[in-house]
Design a protein around this ligand. Structure first.
Ligand code: 3HC
Length: 298
């Protein structure tokens, strides 16, 4: 099963990164789909900015000369076809969904993709927390459904979780794993369980950090510094929550609390809900627990 053409539905925080690594590292032809032209333009602009940054870094590190780096970025950009027409996804070998973290919206998208894509198309979701099996059933082709869970920022984080359900075909799982590898990632296989591997461990840790902050046990700066310098984490849990998005973290936790009410590790910290209600969504909105100017935190 050979993947040549890839569709990505959603060109936001995660989707634009998936578009980029598929085109730049993977060398795939990529259809970048967004229903809204404004959102599509914004996503493509982010890809261009990131490609330019990575090209510049390669020159600085002496990995490529300026002409080669420019050609690399231009080549990747040329493999991307921006689209607002779902019909453009029909002949893709793989379609990766990276839209809002809402199961009903995702299920209706997969029903549509199952009806419009060619029969061989593999369907994948970048969901952080929802059951892949339910999306597979909605698509009408559960044996061709996998999870491909990338990490933020997709361009820099080396992992992709490849999630199989009880119905996923062995060949489909292998092809999805191969796709992850082609994109320059380390793929890990896992079953269709809440949070897969990383979020099952990471999100309860973030919850504990937020509860600690709410109780006033330590300041947000000190909680972060503790984990950075005590455990060697690249960023502390409060900054990481800003980075992931407070709304996304809340969606994940609310979904889990509803589905698994007896799991003590899944709880919604009051401080998280209050911040989201106040419109403080993290880096993407300019303020979460910290204030942000682009990548810079203050
Ligand atoms: N494209 C290109 N360049 C980028 C970039 C992007 N998307 N994002 C950042 N960069 C650049 C920066 O601009 C910076 O350039 P500079 O050196 O010229 O200023 C360079 O990359 C390195 O950035 P930093 O200086 O901030 O260096 P760090 O060493 O701190 O690396 C990081 C940044 C990789 C984000 C690191 O802090 C890190 O690993 N943080 C943890 C992130 C993490 O845990 N992510 C997973 C979240 S969980 C998740 O995604 C799952 C979801 O389902 C919830």
């Amino acid at each position: 099963m050979q993947i040549k053409k890839v569709g990505v539905v959603g060109c936001g925080l995660m989707g634009h990164g998936i578009v980029q690594v598929a085109a730049a590292q993977g060398g795939f032809d990529v259809v970048a789909f967004e229903a809204d032209q404004g959102a599509l333009d914004k996503g493509i602009a982010r890809v261009e900015k990131s490609l330019a940054k990575l090209a510049q870094k390669s020159v600085e590190k002496g990995k490529m000369d300026a002409d080669k780096a420019e050609a690399w970025a231009a080549g990747a950009r040329a493999r991307i076809t921006p689209s607002t027409d779902k019909a453009d996804l029909a002949d893709c070998d793989l379609v990766v969904e990276a839209i809002v973290e809402n199961l009903d919206v995702k299920k209706s998208l997969f029903a549509e993709l199952g009806a419009t894509c060619k029969p061989e198309t593999i369907l994948a979701s970048n969901t952080s927390s929802f059951p892949i099996a339910e999306m597979g059933e909605a698509s009408g082709r559960p044996e061709r459904m996998v999870g491909l869970h990338f990490f933020n920022p997709v361009q820099l984080m080396k992992l992709v979780e490849v999630v199989r359900t009880d119905k996923t075909d062995e060949d489909v799982f292998a092809a999805a794993r191969g796709f992850g590898e082609s994109c320059g990632k380390v793929p890990v296989g896992c079953k269709d369980t809440p949070g897969f591997v990383v979020n099952r461990l990471l999100v309860p840790y973030m919850v504990q950090a937020l509860e600690m902050l709410d109780r006033g046990d330590a300041s947000k700066e000190d909680i972060d510094a503790a984990m950075q310098f005590g455990c060697g984490h690249p960023m502390g849990p409060i900054t990481l929550t800003d980075y992931v998005g407070l709304d996304t973290t809340l969606f994940i936790l609310e979904g889990w609390c509803e589905r698994y009410p007896n799991e003590p590790a899944f709880a919604v910290p009051g401080i998280l809900r209050r911040h989201v209600e106040a419109g403080k969504l993290g880096r993407k909105s300019g303020e979460g627990f910290f204030k942000w100017d682009g990548d810079k935190r203050s």
